[in-house]
Design a protein around this ligand. Structure first.
Ligand SMILES: Cc1cc2nc3c(=O)[nH]c(=O)nc-3n(C[C@H](O)[C@H](O)[C@H](O)COP(=O)(O)OP(=O)(O)OC[C@H]3O[C@@H](n4cnc5c(N)ncnc54)[C@H](O)[C@@H]3O)c2cc1C
Length: 731
């Protein structure tokens, strides 16, 4: 979406919020929602402001979101479906105008297209409708019923007063209640359509229901955040407790994911596609938002359980909407089938032309430099050594692709963030041995460019860009993991040098590295602790460096590295003395992009799984599980793109990056566990076993997935960050 359209939408949203606040105050929302007259009055006012004439699907989704937020059940669903149908048929100006003014209000029944096998059936013959329909919303205020026939080849538009139409309200979560209608020889106006159009309209309805439920959940979440900052127990506000912070951080992730998927669906539907996208949205949002509703109640305790509190109405709305139209089970089924029928490939998400051009160029290059023969050779090497391929790394260097994110003035390619993402996705999707170059190219070089001196840049950047220098990260210590500021390895000034003494843990690729990017304490008494840390580049063959490799669960090594009075020239201090914290955190932008590599790997794995499971493509469990994974993958892809798009606009994406990291890490583990369920014991076999499905990659992934949760800041640290920095809960 371009910035102007987004700003415009925000203006419309604010105006709408103002009207709702005025006419539909939250205090009266429950009683008003049961009062058809009041609802009609609200709807007419909104129609006067153009709501029923909106055509853009993103605008419609925004209105539904706001109606959910305000607990104002406006009859937009039927109105917009009917408008689309009538507009397609043509010559329906009179009815369209009546819908736009609010005089004609439509209740909607999809019957067998509903996805719910209780929704009933409609048979239409020569303008006469018969049948029984259930789960009809907006009947309380409707002037007309729009009902689809059983095979989606026509819809019947029926006047509420028509003879032969009887109704019964069916109270439940939905407010106003859903209705059941019986039709006996009822005269109707026939609107013809195709099953494809009917499917598209159901997709639109799904999107709008999800948008409304997400609005209700977002409002409940905001209330919960406020409450957590006020309510005191055991001498402090409950928002201080990590259990509450983490619960709310998880809710924030779900809400964020739903918002992104809603926007993506709306754009797809606006373009005339979107069936896959809405099914993926519903597959994820249905369980996700219902879980949010429960967690919000847990946060409030008894006070939110009282019917006079606002929360129960949001709870009802979310549950009513997210079980409609077949709910999550049908959505997962549809997404799973899509994946299997399309041999594991998913719709592309990006439309940046330059990025797509680059994607093609990278694929081309990989076709020549990482062909099947090269892959075979790599596969024959022991797993722990597979990442190390100096010839390939030097070929990447020749191409300039070890410096894709550096400015041209420093010898880089200066790809835009979206181009960088496309590059990383292609590289990781193809499973190339790029890991040894990653720390140097993506994390250390940008720090050198930002904080290094000219001689430092002249010395190290060409070596990193060509692949001759291999760098690793020496941060973690026995007492300093998540709390890195507690590190104790010290660097003491001695003439023109520093003497470094201490111990580092888990240094990946230390044994093959030429240099270590080392964090050490240069002020032993600094307060706060992080103010006494500096960064050095240490040659790994310097006297006093002792590297002891160990094997990690994922089959690769990491090392304990001892530093015994290692003499390092002061010229190797990177950035300001005691200002290392700023250097360490400067790599955030790269991390956002690199996350795209993890997601691309998962996408490749899902594709392989879909192909490996083709012979079980009728198994409902296979379809269901694949559908669930695909929906989550779609969310992970959107999260990465959003962070990268923000970088493209010069925004740091701190909160968004944490959300993306948290979601992708947890998803990576769920992915592995689900794959084990699908393939059973054989998936626990390693690549040495010929019986292992997909060459043992599932077993490898299950072991490696834990790393996605721990590495780059653990999931708990991300939750702390989201709750505290994102939503202001106390530290
Ligand atoms: C395979 C692998 C490769 C690695 N490579 C490198 C490398 O190259 N260089 C390097 O420097 N490091 C490396 N690491 C270390 C990695 O950065 C750390 O594992 C990570 O920072 C977490 O620290 P920790 O393992 O000490 O866990 P801890 O910090 O001890 O955490 C243990 C548990 O406590 C939780 N916890 C800690 N603090 C809090 C808090 N405030 N609130 C809530 N929960 C909390 C954590 O979330 C976690 O669940 C690697 C780790 C692995 C597994």
């Amino acid at each position: 979406m371009n910035d102007n359209a987004a700003d415009n939408r925000l203006l419309i949203r604010d105006a709408l919020r103002e009207i709702l606040r005025r006419i539909w105050p939250m205090a009266n929302a429950v009683t008003s929602a049961s009062d058809a007259m009041k609802l009609c009055a609200l709807w007419v006012e909104l129609c006067q402001n153009g709501v029923a004439a909106m055509e853009d699907v993103c605008d419609l989704a925004m209105v539904m979101h706001e109606s959910g937020r305000a607990a104002a059940p406006i009859p937009l669903l039927g109105s917009c479906i009917a408008t689309r149908l009538l507009a397609r048929i043509g010559n329906q100006e009179r009815q369209l105008e009546a819908i736009q003014t609010g005089d004609m209000r439509i209740a909607l029944a999809f019957s067998q297209f509903d996805g719910d096998n209780q929704a009933g059936t409609l048979h239409v013959d020569s303008g006469i409708a018969n049948g029984a329909l259930a789960n009809i919303e907006d009947w309380a205020v409707a002037t007309h019923l729009l009902a689809f026939n059983h095979d989606g080849t026509c819809a019947a538009l029926i006047n509420r007063q028509a003879t032969g139409l009887t109704c019964e309200t069916t109270p439940g979560f939905a407010v106003p209640s859903l209705a059941r209608l019986s039709l006996h020889d009822v005269r109707c106006e026939l609107l013809s359509l195709t099953p494809e159009q009917a499917t598209e309209l159901v997709s639109l309805a799904r999107l709008l229901l999800a948008a409304r439920a997400s609005g209700a959940a977002r409002r409940g979440f905001e209330l919960a955040i406020d409450y957590a900052k006020l309510r005191e127990q055991f001498g402090q506000v409950i928002g201080h407790y990590q259990a509450i912070q983490h619960k709310l951080a998880d809710c924030a992730v779900t809400l964020d994911v739903c918002d992104l998927m809603i926007e993506n669906c709306a754009n797809a539907l606006q373009r005339g596609s979107g069936t896959f996208e809405t099914a993926a949205l519903f597959a994820l949002a249905s369980p996700g938002l219902r879980k949010v509703a429960l967690e919000l109640h847990h946060t409030f305790g008894a006070i939110g359980y009282a019917e006079e509190h606002e929360l129960p109405r949001h709870f009802r709305r979310i549950h009513a909407d997210m079980t409609r139209l077949g709910g999550a089970p049908l959505a997962r089924l549809q997404v799973g089938r899509y994946l299997l029928e399309n041999a594991g490939s998913l719709p592309e998400l990006q439309s940046d032309t330059e990025a797509e051009r680059l994607r093609g160029q990278v694929r081309n290059w990989l076709g020549k430099n990482w062909d099947e023969a090269a892959r075979q050779t790599a596969r024959l090497r022991p797993f722990a050594e597979r990442d190390s391929d100096p010839v390939f790394i030097r070929a990447l260097g020749k191409q300039g692709w070890l410096a894709v994110n550096w400015p041209k003035s420093h010898g880089g390619m200066e790809f835009s963030p979206l181009e960088q993402l496309a590059f990383v996705e292609e590289m990781h999707g193809a499973g190339v041995p790029i890991a040894p170059a990653q720390a140097g190219s993506w994390l250390i070089a940008p720090a050198l460019i930002k904080f290094g001196t000219q001689p430092q840049r002249d010395q190290f950047l060409p070596l990193i860009a060509s692949g001759e220098a291999r760098l690793c990260l020496g941060y973690s210590e026995p007492q300093a993991g998540s709390d890195l500021a507690s590190l104790r390895t010290k660097a003491i000034r001695d003439g023109d040098d520093y003497l470094i003494t201490g111990q580092k843990l888990w240094t990946t690729l230390a044994e093959t590295a030429t240099h270590i990017f080392l964090a050490a304490r240069t002020d032993l008494d600094a307060k706060p602790k992080h103010a006494g840390i500096s960064l050095f580049i240490v040659p790994s063959n310097a006297p006093g460096v002792d590297i002891k490799p160990g094997m990690a669960l994922y089959g690769r090594t990491f090392s304990t590295v001892f530093y015994d009075e290692v003499r390092v020239p002061a010229a190797n201090l990177i950035g300001p003395l005691n200002g290392g914290w700023g250097v360490l955190t400067s790599a955030l932008a790269s991390e956002r992009v690199l996350m795209g590599g993890n997601v691309a790997r998962l996408k490749g794995l899902l594709e392989s799984m879909a192909n490996a499971l083709q012979d079980r493509s009728d198994d409902p469990i296979v379809i269901d599980r694949l559908g669930g994974l695909t929906a989550e993958l779609q969310a992970a892809r959107l999260l990465v793109i959003r962070s990268v798009q923000m970088l493209q606009k010069g925004k740091p994406a701190l909160l968004e990056g944490a959300i993306s990291k948290l979601f992708t890490g947890d998803f990576s583990e769920r992915f592995g566990e689900t794959a084990l369920e699908l393939f059973g014991t054989s998936a626990t076999l390693s690549e040495e076993s010929l019986a292992a499905p997909m060459g043992g990659v599932i077993e490898q992934h299950v072991r490696a997935s834990i790393m996605a949760v721990i590495g780059g800041g653990t999931a708990e640290i991300q939750r702390n960050l989201i709750a505290q920095r994102g939503f202001g809960l106390p530290r």
